[in-house]
Write a protein that binds this ligand. Sequence first.
Ligand SMILES: *[C@@H]1O[C@H](CO)[C@@H](O)[C@H](O)[C@H]1NC(C)=O
Length: 306
Amino acid sequence: MSRRSNRIARSLQQLNREPAAAILAPSAPIGITAIPAAAVTAATNKVTKPNKSGRAVSKATDDKENNDDSNEDPSAEAAPKKKRKVVATKTTKEPESPLQGDGKTRCIWADNPRYPLLQAYHDEEWNYPDGFNHTNRYLFELLILEGAQAGLSWSTVLHKREAYREAYHQFDYHRIATTYKSPTDNDRLLQTNIVKNKLKVQASIVNAKAFCELLEELYPDQTGLDDMKGFWMFLQDYKKKASKKGQDKEPTEYLTRSAESDRLSEDLKKRGFKFVGSTIMYAYLQAAGIKQDGIQHTTGCFRSHK
Ligand SMILES: *[C@@H]1O[C@H](CO)[C@@H](O)[C@H](O)[C@H]1NC(C)=O
């Protein structure tokens, strides 16, 4: 391997562990990454294939994987499946002939009628004032999906959401914690249509156990999947407190982390959670509708509270 591809390999490994704040786009479900698509495509071509070396991969499966599983390809967002090859070689700037939108202005990451799942998620769930859904199950689902996203586009993860629901027993954390015990069990998950990344799969199982333990310890009467005063209550402690004068400054910048997300990340790590770095937790809190510093819905977005 050349020195350059070594460097890329290292940064991709890092990327698998935790997204470096700098390379991720500002707001939560990161629809657009700042890495030039072509660079990433080149890098993943070089690096991820050898990573899969345990398996003899025929050309056919290989192609299939590249199509089905945009796994480690953050350019997936910019390049819908059929056109990926073409688009990936250009920069993402040039807009294609637009589909007819619905006339609503959205946050830039969701403002594209070509991505209906992303739009619906933005319109209905993301950053809903005081939370779209307070159930333990939903908050666990978001936690797993945000972790799975690291290094990928949020759109990629949304496309796999149904696969996740199926593979993870509708995000029944009790069941996940007790079902997956050995590496072979994990391999079964890797054969489904979820993001095929060993570390992420391992982390999700570790997190299911840690999630159960947290609830049992702090909210013993709220451990059920549909209980709404378990993890939701836990998160309240990471809300941005109103400033003393009772007058918050108008947020003017995108952040990728905050004092609250730093603290949440530390607290969860102490409890054994994985893939809960501060950037991921910032995105998580934003997504869950826990008030944070920084721009939430972009000014002008029809969902903006201002
Ligand atoms: C909340 O999310 C859970 C898990 O996805 C779902 O089962 C439940 O129906 C949702 N509740 C509401 C009110 O949307």
